[in-house]
Ligand binder design. Structure first.
Ligand SMILES: NC(=O)C1=CN([C@@H]2O[C@H](COP(=O)(O)OP(=O)(O)OC[C@H]3O[C@@H](n4cnc5c(N)ncnc54)[C@H](OP(=O)(O)O)[C@@H]3O)[C@@H](O)[C@H]2O)C=CC1
Ligand SMILES: CC(C)(CO)C(=O)C(=O)O
Length: 340
């Protein structure tokens, strides 16, 4: 039997990628902590629905404690605040010559590499839109960028093989020599998503709102200044142009905002996963965990991140029920942005 691709965290992102790989005929082992979801996948009731694809599949699926043996390819797709625990749990099941691929938001590769080693970590960046609706039931709402790259930018046989595999999920998947450029680009774009989750606005409406323009610019610029200090050239995707923000080129920023609004307008997933965690699933988000390495890098370079700091505080207040989602929360962040 061929070696399985292990999907560790089989929710919206991992479950959707795994379903496509199964449909393409690959061996896949799904691993997740939600017993009902694991059972549904094992019973062939993994349903991908939405405008991009609609099909039913399934396959071997287990809880983390039931994983056996050692595997050469693990796609990690848990939220950032679960990365460390998930990586520690998968580490004994990772082959000496195996690799973990982070299909996540944030700079999770840094955490993964600390646990399993840099040579057993491959970078990835995903910007497609998906939701976990119920056990076995995932919505694939919108295609978006999919990128893989070695952490040192090398083009290796294992990276080429991974790229070929992910092209079975999305034929436009990119093999990049600068995966951290994409991840820092998403950190900039993702900051807008995080701020939009303070409100019930759709992503498109938030991007288009006149009263959010200054906040968006200052927030993205604050994050990308850290990328620049790290010596990373952030890369654009799906309409986002980080260089426009870094250069403070107002015409290019306006054009970028227009493209991002168009990209998000009418999406079957109109709001971020963070908003969904806060408003629908009523659970902790990964905002603090995603921003932790960005804020840590800023401190290393002597940079302040007052807007990101306030964003983490405001999201935490919503998580703890101390503040409601709504325009007032974004107004509070905008006031911080206006001071910097
Ligand atoms: N959804 C989207 O459209 C996009 C998401 N991303 C990023 O992709 C990553 C995955 O997000 P998403 O798929 O949306 O999240 P989901 O919550 O839908 O899926 C993650 C799954 O992993 C499970 N899980 C949590 N801890 C573990 C663990 N230790 N071992 C195994 N499974 C675990 C979760 O269970 P439980 O729910 O109980 O925690 C959940 O079923 C995140 O970093 C996210 O920011 C990036 C781009 C788009
Ligand atoms: C909005 C989306 C799907 C892509 O940018 C995302 O990353 C999220 O929901 O966290």
């Amino acid at each position: 039997m061929a070696e399985p691709v292990v999907i560790w965290g089989a929710g919206a992102i991992g479950g959707t990628i795994g379903a496509f790989l199964r449909r393409a005929g690959h061996e896949v082992l799904f691993v997740d902590v939600v017993p009902e979801h694991v059972a549904a996948i094992r019973e062939g009731r993994l349903h991908i629905e939405g405008p991009v694809a609609d099909f039913m599949t399934g396959g071997p699926a287990v809880l983390p404690q039931d994983v056996r043996g050692r595997h050469r390819l693990v796609i990690l797709a848990v939220k950032a605040h679960h990365t460390e625990a998930a990586t520690r749990a998968l580490a004994p099941h990772l082959a000496e010559d195996g690799a973990v691929v982070s299909c996540q938001n944030g700079l999770n590769e840094l955490t993964i590499a600390e646990i399993v080693g840099r040579e057993r970590t491959i970078g990835a960046f995903v910007n497609f839109y998906a939701d976990y609706l119920a056990p076995g039931h995932l919505a694939y709402a919108k295609r978006g960028a999919v990128v893989v790259g070695e952490l040192d930018g090398a083009r290796t046989p294992r990276l080429e093989a991974l790229h070929a595999l992910l092209r079975e999920f999305d034929e436009d998947a990119v093999l990049s020599g600068n995966v951290f450029g994409y991840l820092w680009g998403k950190a900039g774009y993702g900051a807008i998503l995080k701020a939009s989750a303070l409100t019930n606005d759709t992503i498109a409406d938030f991007i288009a709102a006149p009263e959010r323009q200054l906040l968006i610019r200052r927030l993205v610029q604050e994050i990308l200044a850290v990328a620049a200090a790290e010596g990373v050239t952030p890369l654009g995707f799906d309409g986002f142009d980080p260089i426009a923000f870094l250069r403070r080129d107002e015409a290019a920023i306006a054009a970028c905002m227009q493209r991002m609004e168009t990209f998000n307008r009418g999406s079957a997933k109109p709001r971020s996963g963070i908003w969904r965690d806060l408003a629908i699933r009523k659970r902790q988000t990964d905002v603090a965990a995603q921003l932790a390495p960005v804020r840590a890098a800023a401190r290393r370079h002597g940079l302040a991140t007052p807007i990101a700091d306030a964003l983490v505080r405001l999201i935490g207040e919503i998580e703890r029920g101390e503040r409601a989602i709504g325009p007032e929360a974004a107004d509070a962040l905008a006031r911080v942005a206006a001071q910097h």
